[in-house]
Design a protein around this ligand. Sequence first.
Ligand code: MF3
Ligand code: CO
Length: 249
Amino acid sequence: MGVSIKTDQEIKLMREAGKIAAESLAVLKDSLRAGMTTSELDAAGEELILKRGAEPVFKGYRGYKHATCISVNSEVVHGIPGGRLIKDGDIVSIDVGVRYKGYCGDNAATFAVGAVSGKASKLIRACREALKAGIKQARAGRRLGDVSSAIQKVSEKHGFSVVRELYGHGIGRDLHEDPLVPNFGFAGEGIHLRAGMIIAIEPMLNTGSWRIKTLNDGWTVVTEDGGLSSHFEHTVVITDGDPEILTIW
Ligand code: MF3
Ligand code: CO
């Protein structure tokens, strides 16, 4: 499978899906507080998505049973919503994906709950900045490695490591399409980016080592050394001009 170039009509539908994913994430951000459980957050997310006439695309994906992934502190991604209570001082990554009229939108962000450590807020800021730097390179005429290398540079400049075993991805009718979008690599390498490609760029930054492991639940990815982790994701269209972010919130 090559990397697909979306038609204008497809991009229009992707815009709608992206908007639903982004607005759902924005509402969850506002409802996030200490004392709630991660499954309450997930239930709210599912309701928001359904209310907009979309489907939570994660639900049923490889047997995943929830609408969102909620990853707390040393959890990197794919945290399973459940009875865990969110506490003051936690950092919480919320990942929301939808399918609407056949097309997917995917986005994630990490939020501080109450007063978090200086290191935690620095990590969150660095991850947001790394995503922004990656998006800036997502233009026709550049190469995928330009995106990857920009993300890695910003992450490491701030003294954080970037997860190596999980990637961003192309997105369209399917949540995961070609190409894989690494968060590390070399400028000038990789496929040539072309207008009409749509990719989900999603850096994951750790305070300690980039190494991760998956818990016995088969989903939850955590840092191997127990350090904190942050995750930001946007769905982005490559154009002949500036990149178009479909999941602005
Ligand atoms: N946003 C993540 C991704 O792009 C979450 C998908 S995992 C799922 O890979 F199983 F929950 F769908
Ligand atoms: Co994704």
